[in-house]
Design a protein around this ligand. Structure first.
Ligand code: ATP
Ligand code: MG
Length: 388
């Protein structure tokens, strides 16, 4: 029987097999299931080609069919389906080209485990072991070096000695790996609960010498080496690095690590909040200004930088203070930019409107003015804009 968490996949596997091909669940989903951990995404490996898969299902998206991968949308959930790697078009051959034994365990539609390379034993031993020859696996795709560290961080596993030696010896090959791929693994690595083990592992294998920016200034790793708490995400990571070490600025971090504009904007906001914190501490304006999705990253950042605050305590106090604020956001302020324009019909629109609105907003947040339309309008009329 397929475990409950995989039930929706049964129909997919069966549909492929009805057409004379074979298909298995593989990778992180099987690994996490065996570890009783939550499952992120379900990957399927099959003897069928992407073209065949496209004829088996009504809703197929081509994401990388040249690499054998298509996305099947089943009951609104996407599943990555990849044709067996290797030359033999067999499961065993496919599993050989996976990175670690714990990721090379397959499950068929009846829930039977197919474990050719000892993955379940290594899972029980909490060991990350390369499939067959570590050197071959790492040379084939040096990204696996970072993936190994990512799993140390996420799973609190140790790296098999042979693999660790190869990682150190072949770390220079990371320079050939696309930064986007490294970033994808790094994003998961910094969120892992065993991040301290991951730093130790990076130190021992000297991987940092081949990572963007760290390779230009290897002592940057010292800023991370003592850190015990995971990051909330990339924005917090970048903001932390900028605060702790001014060798590189935000722009350089974003550019060299090929991070998105979204990360850049969030990191920039975190740094602005931090500047405010340095000048004024945690005052009402800071609590008001920190946007809701950034509350947790900002609190975690403060906790890391100041070291003497408990993130949980801080979060609780933060939320209490936030609840007590007269307004939570500009949308709950009873006057708008439009109201202000109406009060000064002779004036042309411009930056003054936003400035005046901010003044009113600050006065309301600080409790100097009530959030009442008549009073705020009166106040605005008594404080006309000085110049255009
Ligand atoms: P997660 O739970 O975070 O999704 P995962 O192990 O499923 O972890 P994915 O990146 O989703 O990681 O990859 C799915 C599977 O594909 C892996 O378990 C592994 O078998 C294989 N795989 C992924 N990347 C590589 C790689 N660089 N080299 C070899 N095999 C890989
Ligand atoms: Mg996965």
């Amino acid at each position: 029987m397929l475990p409950k968490s995989f039930e929706p996949v049964y129909e997919i596997l069966e549909q492929i097999e009805k057409n004379g091909e074979v298909a298995y669940i593989v990778g992180g989903a099987v690994r996490n299931y065996l570890l009783s951990k939550s499952i992120n995404d379900i990957d399927i490996t099959t003897s069928a080609t992407p073209t065949q898969i496209a004829t088996f299902f009504p809703n197929v998206v081509d994401i990388a069919s040249e690499h054998g991968t298509v996305l099947v949308i089943h009951h609104k959930i996407p599943y990555e389906i990849t044709t067996f790697r290797g030359t033999k078009n067999t499961l065993e051959d496919d599993l050989m080209y996976r990175d670690f034994t714990m990721n090379a365990i397959a499950m068929n539609k009846n829930g039977d485990i197919i474990d050719v390379y000892g993955g379940t034993t290594h899972l029980n031993e909490k060991r990350i072991v390369a499939v067959q020859h570590a050197t071959d696996r790492i040379k084939e795709d040096p990204l696996r070096i970072i993936r190994a560290v990512r799993f140390v961080s996420e799973l609190q596993f140790s790296i098999d000695d042979t693999l660790a030696n190869v990682m150190k010896h072949e770390a220079f090959r990371l320079e050939q790996v696309a930064t986007e791929r490294i970033l994808q693994e790094w994003t998961k690595l910094i969120k892992g609960h065993s991040i301290q083990l991951a730093w130790k592992c990076i130190e021992a294998t000297q991987i940092a010498l081949y990572l963007p920016l760290f390779k230009e200034k290897p002592t940057l790793m010292n800023e991370l080496a003592t850190m015990t708490e995971p990051f909330n995400g990339l924005a917090e990571f970048v903001a932390y690095m900028c605060i702790r070490n001014d060798t590189f600025d935000l722009q350089q971090w974003i550019k060299k690590w090929k991070m998105s504009n979204e990360v850049k904007n969030d990191a920039n906001k975190l740094l602005l909040y931090y500047n405010h914190y340095q000048l004024h501490g945690i005052d009402d304006m800071l609590i008001y200004d920190v946007e809701e999705p950034l509350i947790t990253p900002f609190i975690q950042l403060l906790q890391k930088v100041t070291e003497n605050l408990s993130a949980n305590m801080l979060r609780q106090k933060w939320m209490e203070k936030r609840d007590a604020l007269p307004i939570k956001s500009r949308s709950t302020l009873v006057v708008t930019g439009h109201d202000i324009m109406e009060l000064f019909p002779e004036k042309r629109t411009g930056k003054w409107i936003g400035d005046l609105l901010r003044e009113v907003e600050v006065a309301v947040v600080r409790g100097h003015l009530p959030n009442e339309k008549i009073i705020l309008k009166e106040w605005i009329q008594c404080h006309p804009p000085v110049n255009d």
